[in-house]
Design a binder for this molecule. Structure first.
Ligand code: CP
Ligand code: NVA
Length: 308
């Protein structure tokens, strides 16, 4: 049985296999072919933070696969009132077939997984957002942008950045990360990614100059400057991140035809200008839709592993 907590635990071949599976399920869905791969199964979805895409995609995906999803916010379950993670894990995994969790500390999902009898999927922690990267890469494949990727991430060194680092390290492409000083990526995750990169041939560079990162890039991406849980720092961050907005001037440094990705929600006038966002809206909303298809691929893949 496998969990999906970070891309670190998956080989390049496995990541590509999950995405291929998602793409074939997507093709079927567009022809209204439903195979009910997860018939009679239930997915428990524990949300300790807000969500639009993650909730809608997992719940819809599970239904389309013939199963059922339970939305469990921490306002509703005892986990939010202090019932231990390990007890919650043992109870929920004795009744449900898979669990998706969105929470704060990454260690919490690791603890949950270590007590769970069923696969656990990371739906975002403070440290990683790996399901988003499945959708992002799927989108690059569909847009014919997956060969010779030179990706530039501009903004906060956060859960999205860490997941981009893991994807680049595993798949072997170039990733430049530009953050303001003091908002760099986690050093130990960086070291880990660099070690994996040595094997795959990936190039991962960190810097503080966004222009240097974007120059000649084929894919430019960013994320909110203020992640969930950091709301109190918002004003200070807006001041410090001045100069890190992905706008037309920044995009003009990238390759001709470079793509812009954003995991959403996007804050126009902060990490991305209205013009850049709307110019690239097609691919950004394909990316959002692909959360559904990539995660269906993931759930079917995890189920197959369990049955092998
Ligand atoms: N990108 C993403 O995970 O969106 P939600 O926070 O809406 O789930
Ligand atoms: N970095 C953001 C991602 C939202 C999908 C956050 O954690 O809030």
């Amino acid at each position: 049985m496998r969990h999906f907590l970070t891309l670190r635990d998956f080989t390049k071949e496995e990541i590509l296999e999950i995405i291929d599976l998602g793409l074939s399920i997507k093709r079927n869905l567009k022809q209204k072919i439903y195979n009910n791969e997860l018939k009679n199964q239930t997915l428990a979805m524990i949300f300790e933070k807000s969500s639009t895409r993650t909730r809608v995609s997992f719940e819809t995906g599970m239904y389309q696969l013939g199963g059922h999803a339970l939305f469990l916010s921490n306002r509703d379950i005892h986990l939010g009132r202090g019932e231990p993670v390990k007890d919650t894990a043992r109870v929920i995994s004795s009744m449900c077939d898979m669990v998706m969790i969105r929470t704060f500390e990454h260690s919490k999902i690791e603890e949950f997984a270590s007590y769970s009898k069923v696969p656990v999927i990371n739906g975002l922690t403070d440290s990683f957002h790996p399901v988003q990267l499945l959708a992002d890469y799927m989108t690059l494949v569909e847009h014919g942008m997956h060969n010779n990727i030179i990706a530039a991430y501009v903004g906060d060194g956060n859960n999205m950045t860490h997941s981009w680092m893991m994807l680049a390290a595993k798949l072997g492409f170039e990733l430049r990360i530009a953050t303001p000083r003091g908002y760099e990526v986690n050093e130990s995750i960086l070291q880990e990614a660099l070690l994996i990169a040595k094997e795959s041939g990936a190039v991962i560079k960190t810097m503080n100059d966004p222009k240097e990162a974007v120059k000649g890039a084929s894919v430019v991406t960013t994320d909110t400057w203020t992640s969930m849980g950091q709301e109190d720092e918002k004003e200070e961050r807006i001041r410090i991140f001045n100069g890190f907005m992905v706008d037309d001037a920044m995009m003009s440094l990238a390759q001709d035809g470079a793509k812009f990705l954003h995991c959403l929600p996007a804050y126009r006038g902060l990490e991305v200008s209205e013009e850049v966002f709307e110019k690239h809206a097609q691919i950004v909303f394909d990316e959002a839709e692909n959360r559904l298809h990539a995660q269906k691929g993931l759930m079917v893949w995890l189920d197959k592993q369990r049955n092998q």
